[in-house]
Design a protein around this ligand. Structure first.
Ligand code: NAI
Ligand code: MG
Length: 498
């Protein structure tokens, strides 16, 4: 079956080539400017929909709606009422999950075999936040002030949140931003990535269907330099929750200075994945390969700096390359596809550019190394899993985030110097360690400057476990109880009863 007939067979209301609108308050609206932009399938180039091209005026409207909602009935919702809408939203997400997974596959290229797997995590996240909605509380604090003076704290929603998300996990990111907003009683203006806005828009429909009052969640579609920048600078927004590149993160820090917004920044990475010779190699080979190749490498915590003990270096790197060569690359709608396309021509240029840089720097491409153009692949942004061997610590392909299925394999001899080398990166998001020796794992876990350290596994996640960065990978934590605190202010109340 041809690619486009596959797509039309699966056409859904949010990906039928027609015009979509965005959500402000209770209304699905056009941009004030009336302009639209196109959303395309990165596997085929097919037009999926056209979307309103919002700008600063639309952000103004959305912020007014979000502020009004905060000061309206939503602000008076009891914790159990916020819990109830979150639980209903979780059920709706569960019921409509296949449709949403399909939208992500069409819009950002992720294989359907992978996007469907997100159900447990995303429904689970919403239920986790629902649980917390009734468990948020302040403290009674004994003080030493003379007299009968009583002090306690209130935990209050920070207010209007601007959420700016990337294209690599559109639905998952929408859930991660909406969950704490709804649990804490904040309101939100969500800006999806211009390359993948369809599932966030459909998700917003479900938010309304769940009984969340209009204006609590608004979605403004459009580009980063306009809509995103307007969110970062807007004086009516109290906090920005951003996921994306460190360069845009820096822009947001600067733009947010006007009203000193609260910020949480989930940025990029160049995560070290360390394989000792004593590891269970049958587990470490697929573990190291998928740490780097999953989602076609478009994962912030991808394990893209692969440190391998020299004794096993050639064998291990060869096996990872063979694992990569065996992965089926293609249109994500094909249930057998394991790796889909890159999101855009821009990402394709960027990733193939780094492949050329790696070769020029003297690294050896054991597998991959250039774009795929055979047959139907010519219509999309496809690249093969690529393993670079003979990489040294300072090479650009060992230091810069590529965001494609490219792993840079580096040999090591001296375990005592490993933490220093692994930490010699401006990023610090994830790290992996593969060993059967519990002492090595225990020594490295505290020594690695990264927000998550995975021992004999990679990329495991759970709603109850925090995720976030050190250094240029950003600050703030998502998921886990710590996530809720990013959306709350602490107010101290003093009562003089002397
Ligand atoms: P980006 O960080 O520019 O885009 C992420 C989001 O930020 C999008 O919604 C975009 O519209 C918005 N944005 C862009 N410029 C903005 C601005 N000045 N103010 C406010 N919002 C803005 O990432 P992009 O350009 O799509 O990808 C470039 C590189 O960034 C990738 O190759 C990858 O290395 C990295 N990246 C990392 C991600 C991660 O999860 N760590 C996610 C996406 C990209
Ligand atoms: Mg798209």
């Amino acid at each position: 079956m041809g690619q486009s007939s596959l797509a039309s067979r699966h056409a859904t209301p949010f990906a039928d080539g027609g015009p979509r609108k965005m959500l402000i308050g209770a209304d699905w609206v056009e941009a004030v400017s009336g302009r639209r932009f196109e959303s395309r399938n990165p596997a085929t180039g097919d037009l999926l929909a056209t979307l309103p091209e919002g700008d600063a005026e639309d952000i103004d409207r959305a912020v007014r709606a979000a502020r009004a909602a905060l000061e309206g009935p939503w602000g008076r919702f009891k914790p159990d009422e916020r819990q109830a809408v979150l639980l209903r939203l979780a059920d709706l997400l569960d019921r409509h999950f296949d449709e949403l997974a399909l939208l992500d596959t069409l819009d950002m290229g992720g294989p359907i075999s992978r996007t469907r797997l997100g159900r447990k995590r995303m429904v689970g996240l919403l239920r986790f936040y629902a649980g917390h909605a009734t468990a948020l509380h302040g403290e009674t604090i004994p003080n030493s002030v003379p007299g009968e003076v009583f002090s306690y704290t209130l935990r209050e929603p920070v207010g209007v949140v601007g959420a700016i998300i990337p294209w690599n996990a559109p639905l998952g990111m929408s859930v991660l931003k909406a969950g704490p907003v709804l649990a804490t009683g904040c309101t939100m203006v969500l800006k999806p990535a211009e390359d993948a806005s369809l599932s966030p828009l459909r998700f917003a429909e479900l938010v309304l269907e769940a009984g969340v009052p209009p204006g609590v969640v608004n979605v403004v579609t459009g580009f980063g330099r306009t809509v995103g920048a307007a969110i970062a600078a807007h004086p009516g927004i109290d906090k920005v929750a951003f996921t994306g590149s460190h360069l845009t993160g820096q822009d947001i820090v600067r733009a947010s200075a006007g009203n000193l917004k609260r910020l949480s920044l989930e940025l990029g990475g160049k995560s070290a994945n360390i394989v000792f010779a004593d590891a269970d190699l049958d587990a470490a080979v697929p573990g190291a390969a998928m740490a780097a190749f999953a989602n076609t490498g478009q994962v912030c915590s991808a394990g893209t700096r692969l440190f391998v003990e020299r004794r096993i270096y050639d064998e291990f790197v060869g096996r990872v390359a063979a694992f990569g060569r065996a992965l089926r690359v293609g249109d994500g709608l094909d249930p057998d596809t394991q790796l889909g396309p890159l999101i855009s021509q821009r990402q394709l240029d960027r990733v193939t550019g780094y492949m050329d840089i790696g070769l020029k720097e003297g690294a050896r491409a054991v597998s991959g190394g250039a774009r795929l153009t055979e047959g139907a692949l010519a219509h999309g942004h496809f690249v093969p899993p690529t393993v670079f061997a003979d990489v040294t610590d300072g090479m650009r392909i060992a230091q810069e985030e590529i965001f494609g299925p490219v792993v840079s394999a580096i040999a090591f001899d001296d375990a005592d110097d490993l933490a220093r080398r692994a930490n010699a990166s401006m990023f610090g998001l994830g790290a992996g360690v593969w060993t059967r020796d519990v002492r090595k794992a225990h020594r490295l876990a505290p020594a690695l400057r990264a927000g998550s350290v995975w021992i004999n596994c990679y990329q495991l996640m759970d709603p109850a476990v925090s995720f976030g960065g050190y250094k240029m990978s950003g600050y703030g934590r998502e998921s886990g109880a710590a996530h809720l605190h990013e959306y709350l202010n602490t107010k101290s109340v003093w009562i003089n009863a002397t």
